[in-house]
Design a protein. Structure first.
Length: 222
């Protein structure tokens, strides 16, 4: 018989199931619910090292670890044409190859969007730039979104479509990254990315619902 690492008792345990059922106690093992029931029933699952936690009349809720979540954004990362994250990508060259694959498969002029790139985890220790993306993107506008959501990298076609050029000033609350010649290098911080975001194809209500569903399924499977 599996023994509980911890037993919560002496209060109300809300299961958050479809009918709103509750229990008097819950047994936990390896961070997961082992069993629900009365304190007497849970005592049968206790071992010598089981920690007993008296709720003292309080209510226990399962599984909330909310550091700063964006379910829709997470769903977009799952549905994206390009997984720019690390892993699986070790270097900018790996991301560029994924963009190239997506470009070969896309319709002419179709947007190519990727998510989750993290400059701090790449061997290059920098953001990708338009100079990395342009040689493989052809006639496709490309947008890669940083794992934080606070930076993006756009290729030259996307920058031009958004009206971002050498003479474009940094907007309030944003920064346009530039190369040594002063030209935009494709890296856009915060509000500087808004003109590019505004050009992305609009999703239907059904598509947005499906994207949220992808996120929900992933959360529930975790």
């Amino acid at each position: 018989m599996e023994r509980a690492d911890r037993i919560l008792y002496g209060g109300r345990v809300r299961t958050l199931d479809a009918v709103g059922s509750t229990a008097d106690a819950v047994a936990i093992r390896d961070g997961r619910v082992l069993a629900l029931g009365t304190s007497r029933e849970m005592a049968a699952l206790a071992g010598e090292r089981t920690e007993w936690c008296d709720l003292a009349g309080r209510t226990a809720l399962p599984g909330f670890i909310e550091t700063h979540n964006h379910p829709y954004f997470f769903g977009l990362t799952l549905a994206a044409a390009v997984d720019a994250g690390s892993p699986p990508n070790d270097a900018i060259a790996d991301i560029v190859e994924r963009v190239a694959e997506a470009a070969r498969a896309a319709e002419p002029g179709e947007w190519i969007v990727g998510y989750r790139y993290d400059d701090t985890l790449l061997a290059d220790c920098r953001h990708p730039t338009r100079h990395d993306l342009d040689p493989v993107s052809g006639d496709h506008p490309v947008l890669l979104v940083h794992v934080s959501g606070h930076f993006v990298t756009a290729n030259t076609r996307a920058l031009r479509a958004a009206g971002i050029g050498p003479g474009t000033q940094d907007p309030p609350g944003g920064v346009i990254g530039r190369d040594d010649s002063g030209e935009p290098n494709g890296v856009l911080a915060e509000t500087a990315a808004f003109p590019v975001y505004a050009l992305l194809p609009k999703r239907s209500h059904r598509e947005m619902t499906e994207i949220l569903g992808l996120a929900g399924d992933a959360y529930l499977a975790a």
